[in-house]
Design a binder for this molecule. Structure first.
Ligand code: 1CP
Length: 353
């Protein structure tokens, strides 16, 4: 037993990003980029073409491992993030999910107790098995100093897509169901909690060093709603994962939560928190940084525009968190029109400062 603990400690010692999640301060913060594998890379577009549709890419361990590793060949990144999607969980639960060209995800909306009753957590591994194999392949190919990040969508965010059947700007369909039929909606959330916890445990067992829980829609809601449908389900996912994998390192990304972030950290037990680009640095330094490692938070459009404004804002972010645990990242996913040269300049700047 003690041997394996020492092994874990040795592995951790060689991975700067994992160390930061665990609360250590590095001279230069480790870096990764949300959506770092994706359409801004020509080599991604090539594999995507070969794989056919988006879901086939996600469920092909060979292709998914390849695109996971692509950004690390180009840039000096400290982590690989599993190539998959938060909507694989609804697919595994039995909801029909498709990604239509230029349209984003389309799902058969789940809005009634009957429709929820037709979904099932049993057997999700039949669908998700290839994803665990992707994690294994990436882990085997990664140099020891690189961190392997697994992920899932947070229950509320996944539910917003399951109920609406698509992406929405205000999440109104899920918000209305939660407010008018909380018991029915709660059954859906319970199912996503159970599936997501299991999914994360399997990713850790396959080799993930850290996982991130994407709460992309922690906005448009009041604080009581936030406590019930964001904090509680996330806490249950994390408690279930840690019952199996004590001290599992977890990053939460409650996009848009602003002043509710300190409470979110305390109540869920995340080790690190991703900040969206609207979170003011002074607030983050004072109220968030003492509670958890912060991962912040450059506006992705600053990388599209590039040049002086990108580097100046990057310096402001680096200075704000100097002396405390920090992972440098964007405040949301990198966008397809981002010039690769700007990404290179950004990472060189963070690394070489
Ligand atoms: O055709 C394509 O290539 C589709 C584009 C794409 C990609 C590259 C989608 C469709 N998903 C992904 C991969 C993906 N998605 C990853 C792994 C790649 C990486 O990070 O390098 C991850 C972590 C996600 C997570 C994800 N999917 C989130 C949370 C993060 C966020 O951006 O807020 C969400 C909300 C989704 C749903 C989704 N998948 C794809 C799209 C276009 C969307 C958004 C739908 C919408 O609300 O409009």
């Amino acid at each position: 037993m003690s041997g394996s603990l020492e092994d874990t400690a040795r592995t951790a010692a060689r991975k700067p990003l994992l160390q930061a999640v665990r609360g250590e301060v590095a001279a230069r913060p480790p870096v990764w980029i949300m959506r770092q594998a994706g359409r801004y890379l020509p080599e991604y577009r090539e594999v995507r073409e070969k794989a056919g549709d988006f879901l086939s890419l996600c469920y092909s361990p060979e292709f998914a491992a390849e695109v996971t590793l692509q950004p690390l060949r180009r840039f000096d990144l400290d982590a690989a993030i599993l190539f998959a999607d938060i909507l694989l969980v609804p697919d595994a639960l039995g909801q029909h999910v498709a990604f239509e060209k230029g349209e984003g995800p389309v799902l058969d909306p789940v809005t009634s107790a009957d429709a929820i009753g037709r979904l099932s957590v049993d057997g999700i591994d039949k669908t998700l098995g290839p994803v665990y194999e992707t994690v294994e392949r990436v882990k085997a190919a990664l140099p020891p100093e690189k961190t392997m990040i697994g992920f899932c969508g947070a229950p509320w965010t996944v539910a917003t897509y399951m109920v609406a059947g698509r992406g929405t700007s205000d999440q109104a369909p899920a918000r209305l169901l939660a407010l008018s039929e909380p018991e029915t909606f709660g059954r859906l959330i319970d199912m996503i909690v159970e599936a997501s916890a299991h999914y994360l445990i399997r990713q850790f067992k396959a080799g993930a060093d850290v996982v991130q829980i994407f709460e992309s829609w922690a906005l448009n809601i009041d604080e009581a709603f936030f406590a019930r449908w964001i904090v509680e389900p996330t806490r249950r996912v994390i408690d279930t994962v840690r019952a199996e994998i004590p001290d599992a390192p977890i990053i939460g990304f409650p996009r848009g939560a602003g002043p509710l972030i300190p409470g979110y950290i305390k109540a869920t037990g995340v080790n690190a928190v991703g900040l969206d680009y609207a979170v003011p640095l002074e607030f983050a330094r004072r109220e968030i940084s003492p509670l958890a490692c912060v991962q912040g938070n450059l506006d992705p459009l600053r990388v599209v525009a590039g040049g002086k404004q990108m580097l100046e804002r990057t310096d402001e972010i680096l200075s704000a968190f100097e002396g405390s645990p920090h992972i440098f990242n964007l405040g949301h996913g990198i966008v397809p029109q981002t010039p690769i040269a700007h990404v290179e300049a950004l990472i060189e700047h963070v690394k070489g400062r």
